[in-house]
Write a protein that binds this ligand. Structure first.
Ligand SMILES: [Zn+2]
Length: 319
């Protein structure tokens, strides 16, 4: 497993302290966008709990437990993922049967459940029973991309840790330190990924130019980042159309439009998370700004750079 984890230092320290002081909770809920690092940190935590080396604050990578985890066959660690579009009640029931037995090799049995938001209310209620009376020597780590979609009763029985996007500069520096990438590419990846570590790493590995990610100025806060984005648009003006369809999708999602009407259907979960953050008027204004910019760019004697920079500033000021 990856030994250096990028970002989330506070969360990691908290989990390290829990292991060190033997105060590991029965249930955790890790919330954050896809790619934010929830699963990486959950695996790190599980590995730290199961590692046989006593003094380590990071998994030793050498003991029997660490080696088993690395090869994906430690009997006390299981990752459960949605079977198709949903986490099914049978998957939860199977876990409930197993979790009642004592751990086989480590101090605890650990279950990581991914995409917990993809559970219907019956499955969630079934899971709730285990969270209400967690078997001794067990820890369940729930991962979710949408904290608001979780039953309040599940939230209240879990220790919630939120994975926020990383600040541009910090993420860019970490990318330079951990990958053989230059500062400029790292900064662009940090901006385009909106601080989401997993996306930034994919961008650095794939090469920035191949990114299909929709840049989202409405999320950006600092001007430097906006200017960098303006540069990206200048290299590929088609992205302005993507921006328009993205904002339109947000408007449609806000109004509960059917999925057939959504353009960025692959990103529908993300659209649903973002839609409540923006007002209707702000999105309409953003679309207008981008369209005006497009028609301005058709004219001769217009500086592309300045026009795009002005657009980015307008989009930010709309907040
Ligand atoms: Zn170890």
């Amino acid at each position: 497993m990856q030994n250096t984890i990028i970002g989330h230092q506070n969360i990691i320290s908290q989990l390290q302290n829990a292991v060190k002081s033997e105060r590991v909770a029965g249930a955790y809920l890790f919330a954050g966008e896809q790619g934010a690092g929830k699963e990486t940190v959950a695996l790190f935590f599980a590995n730290l709990i199961l590692c046989e080396s006593d003094e380590a604050s990071v998994p030793c990578a050498a003991c029997r437990a660490c080696r088993k985890i690395k090869s994906g066959n430690h009997p006390d660690l299981q990752i459960i993922r949605p079977d198709g579009a949903q986490l099914k009640i049978d998957q939860i029931r199977e876990m409930q049967q197993r979790i009642s037995y004592q751990p086989l090799e480590g101090p605890r049995k650990i279950y990581i459940i991914a995409n917990t938001e993809k559970m219907n209310v019956y499955t969630a209620n079934s899971l709730l029973k285990t969270l209400e009376e967690p078997p001794a020597a067990s820890t369940i780590i729930l991962l979710t991309e949408n904290l608001n979609a979780m039953l309040p009763t599940i939230r209240s029985r879990s220790q919630i840790l939120t994975f926020y996007p990383m600040p541009t500069e910090e993420l860019a520096n970490a990318l330079v330190d951990n990958f053989s990438t230059n500062k400029e590419d790292a900064t662009n990846a940090a901006i385009l990924s909106r601080g989401i570590v997993g996306k930034a790493i994919t961008l650095v590995e794939k090469g920035i130019g191949d990114s299909q990610e929709v840049p989202e100025i409405l999320d950006e806060t600092d001007l430097i980042a906006a200017f960098r984005l303006a540069e990206q648009f200048e290299k590929d003006l088609d992205r302005l159309d993507e921006l328009v369809t993205w904002y339109r999708d947000l408007l449609l999602v806000q109004q509960g439009a059917p999925k057939e009407m959504i353009t960025h259907i692959d990103a529908v979960d993300r659209l649903q998370t973002l839609a409540p953050r923006y007002s209707h008027i702000r999105l309409q204004r953003a679309i207008k700004t981008v369209l005006q910019t497009k028609s301005l760019l058709q004219k001769i004697n217009v500086s592309k750079t300045i026009t795009l920079e002005v657009m980015c500033i307008k989009l930010i000021q709309g907040r």
